[in-house]
Design a protein around this ligand. Structure first.
Ligand SMILES: Cc1cc2nc3c(=O)[nH]c(=O)nc-3n(C[C@H](O)[C@H](O)[C@H](O)COP(=O)(O)O)c2cc1C
Length: 283
């Protein structure tokens, strides 16, 4: 390739109508995030999707590996099969697109083989790299979509049946769906979910062990107040109310304690091994 054939500088490739750089706009956009789970029937044009994916690709990537791919599912029949494998979440059927965000080491394996080499076993560190980079790419993608007036919600349930989902999407070995993302023109208006107090996540110089209980107390109270406010809204709409007694501690224990409900995702490690990850080395 000649030097003059190289693609233009990234700033020049960013579509002119999207070149708005003020920090305030970016922060405002980030603050406006809510997971959106209901959508207009309107399609999401391929050009807009491509702009989102190209912007997402600007995310930092470990050692410049770019170990991810995204499979876009629009076909209603295939989307229905994805829906069946992802806890039958209605938003998957209703959104015009389902994106499967994949950790992808197939490309790396091909690159090694092309040079007469073998890809080393994908150990935990390499898997972490894949998950980190795919997540950075995915969050950038959602942010770009939100900036264009779309909305969406990630779908962790895409890890419920990894092997079956890989078959539906035609994934080669060493590629798996880390999570999904439904995208479209949103038509719901969910209340913004609160977040932990800043001081709970921002530590100065060293981890502040002393304050953990106080932050949990504060956020427990905030979550209960949030549930009361949410219930006023749900009641007005005649919708089912949420439990007002459940605080943040309850939520953490529900998902993470030894008493958590069994989940298909408990088998994720053996599924990953089946898909070419976390294989034992030769020695
Ligand atoms: C990796 C990941 C997987 C998620 N999976 C699901 C899911 O399967 N279903 C769902 O309704 N929401 C899912 N969510 C959305 C979270 O529930 C949501 O981000 C969280 O409750 C905070 O709400 P907010 O995004 O509106 O601020 C997921 C979020 C992430 C980051």
């Amino acid at each position: 390739m000649n030097l003059e054939d190289l693609p233009e500088e990234p700033e020049e490739r960013c579509p002119a109508e999207r070149r708005e750089e003020e920090a305030a706009k970016v922060l405002e956009r980030m603050w406006a995030h809510r997971s959106r789970r209901a959508f207009e029937e309107e399609d999401l044009p391929q050009k807009d999707l491509e702009d989102c994916v190209a912007a997402a690709q600007r995310a930092s990537t470990s050692s410049f590996l770019q170990p991810y791919s995204v499979v876009v599912v629009r076909d209603p029949e295939r989307k229905r099969r994805v829906y069946e494998l992802c806890s039958q979440q209605q938003m998957i059927l209703d959104a015009p697109v389902f994106l499967a965000l994949c950790v992808d080491f197939h490309r790396a394996e091909k690159a090694c083989r092309d040079q007469g080499k073998e890809l080393a076993p994908i150990d935990l560190e390499t898997l972490l790299i894949g998950c980190i980079d795919t997540s950075l790419f995915a969050q950038n993608l959602l942010l770009a979509a939100e900036a264009m007036g779309y909305g969406g919600c990630f779908v962790g349930a895409a890890r419920n049946h990894p092997l079956e989902l890989a078959r539906v999407l035609g994934l080669p070995p060493k590629v798996f769906v880390l999570f999904g993302l439904v995208l479209g023109r949103p038509c719901d208006d969910p209340m913004p979910m609160p977040r932990l107090p800043l001081e709970a996540v921002l530590h100065r110089e060293q981890y502040d062990l002393e304050s953990v209980s106080a932050h949990l107390d504060a956020f427990d109270a905030q979550m209960r107040a949030f549930a009361r406010r949410l219930n006023r809204e749900l009641q007005a709409r005649g919708a089912k109310k949420v439990n007002e007694d459940r605080g943040f501690r309850d939520r953490l224990a529900f998902r993470l304690s030894t008493e958590k409900r069994p989940s298909p995702r408990d088998r994720i490690e053996s599924c990953l091994k089946n898909m070419g990850f976390l294989a034992e080395g030769e020695g």
